[in-house]
Design a protein around this ligand. Sequence first.
Ligand code: NDP
Length: 300
Amino acid sequence: EEYGKLLSGSDIAEKIQTSLCDQVQKFKLHHSCFTPQLAIVQVGARKDSNTYIRMKMKAAEKIGIIATHFCLPSTTNQTELLKTISHLNLNPSVHGIIVQMPLDSANMIDSTLITDSVIPNKDVDGLNTINQGKLAVGDLASGFLPCTPNGCMELIRRTGILIEGSKAVVVGRSKIVGTPTAELLKWHNATVTICHSKTKNLPEVIADADILVVGIGQPNMVKGDWIKPGAVVIDCGINSLPDTKRSTGYRLVGDVDFEKARKRASWITPVPGGVGPMTVTMLMKNTVFAALKSTLGNKV
Ligand code: NDP
């Protein structure tokens, strides 16, 4: 068996984006008014959020999705934010709505309330309670799948590994990454172990994994020699470390010690260029799907 093959999210994302673009163009031939539209709502101006939004806007443009960025000042309160979302919910030309998290507001805003205020059929982030509930009980078709987990699944599928019956370990149990990724693996018939900050003997648990997905936000925490030889390793972490050799002054690393892990994994995602571009692409896929659904009803 060959070890250390690079699972390039950038390359796969590029291919999926090209095919989404084709799909939009073809659909336009028969429905000339068809233009998928995504609303991106931001409160404040966090630098990392600005970067993520820029990447989303760029991908949307490439595919033929109109992405509109609603920049609300950091003085925005909860009522005002809910009002903005409610307008977008009611606007029939808007097919997808995302609220960029974390909110950068001077006021107390309940972020779960905000995520849940997006109407489920426009919740292209797949993060509201209705869509998360569907996923938890195995309905993977009628709602929207969350973007990072769906991107991870797509990466795993491309390796050709048999997911059914495999042992999968997910490290991290957040609402955005760990929990929905574990649900997806579970419904693809892997046997899933979920780890978190209270897990004992993490290295031993990880050593059993045929498929390892890590999303913890701890730079290089998962060591190379914990990994089962031949495992597929998906690293969701995006951590910036100071680096004086770079003009930016920092570099991005994942949650897995990439160089050492690479020697044991069959396939491994790099950071950057792994899960990140897949997340953006799955958001675009959900938006195109939302637009198709609103045009065709439930015939999609
Ligand atoms: P959270 O901080 O919300 O969750 C982190 C999870 O990891 C928690 O469940 C926590 O456990 C667990 N954890 C933390 N430290 C350890 C440890 N030492 N051992 C075991 N488990 C631990 O983070 P997110 O899920 O939002 O993000 C995780 C990472 O993924 C970050 O680096 C983030 O930047 C990145 N990310 C990347 C995206 C992409 O598009 N590629 C999208 C979203 C996030 P507990 O529950 O016990 O606290």
